[in-house]
Design a protein around this ligand. Structure first.
Ligand code: SF4
Ligand code: SF4
Length: 151
């Protein structure tokens, strides 16, 4: 009889809903609220590549030595340069980085003698296609624009 009454008055359903509603208060949320809240990234995380510039002069720190391209097991970095006849120094002309083939091993970053190339903590690199996956010098210097989600 008791069990029949429980069924008629939907006691189990109401108890279940009560458990759900009891956990709706924000203080009970235990999952990450991404993208509303950015997750904390480990200090050593290797994400989107960045080509650093001098903070004051905005000149590139890259000396076009090509060591990063030689260190890369995927051969996805292409560096081109030309010699400045006045200073006799090599100057960077183009720098491309195929992000779709990168495995973020960090060998290129380690090989760079001037800390020009850095794998940053930007992690939002997912895309539906490979279109635009080859980043040029401008993209590498400015960095990707994070997507702002609306609710
Ligand atoms: S992180 Fe590794 S795979 Fe990616 S460009 Fe650098 S060396 Fe190549
Ligand atoms: S190793 Fe560094 S300085 Fe040399 S080409 Fe690569 S980014 Fe430029």
């Amino acid at each position: 009889m008791k069990s029949l009454l429980r069924k008629i008055f939907l006691v189990d359903l109401i108890e279940g809903l009560w458990v759900t509603f009891r956990s709706q208060h924000p203080k009970n949320i235990v999952t990450e609220q991404y993208p509303a809240e950015r997750p904390r990234i480990a200090e050593r995380y290797r994400g989107a590549p960045r080509l650093n510039v001098h903070p004051e002069t905005k000149e590139t720190l890259c000396i076009a030595c090509n060591l990063c391209a030689l260190a890369c097991p995927e051969h996805l970095i292409v560096v081109t340069s030309e010699r400045n006849e006045q200073t006799r120094r090599k100057e960077l002309t183009t720098f491309t980085y195929d992000i779709s083939r990168c495995m973020f091993c960090g060998l290129c970053e380690d090989a760079c003698p001037t800390d020009a190339l850095e794998l940053s903590q930007d992690f939002e690199l997912a895309a539906f296609t490979r279109e635009g996956a080859i980043w040029d010098r401008q993209m590498l210097e400015e960095g990707p624009v994070p997507t702002r989600y609306r609710y």
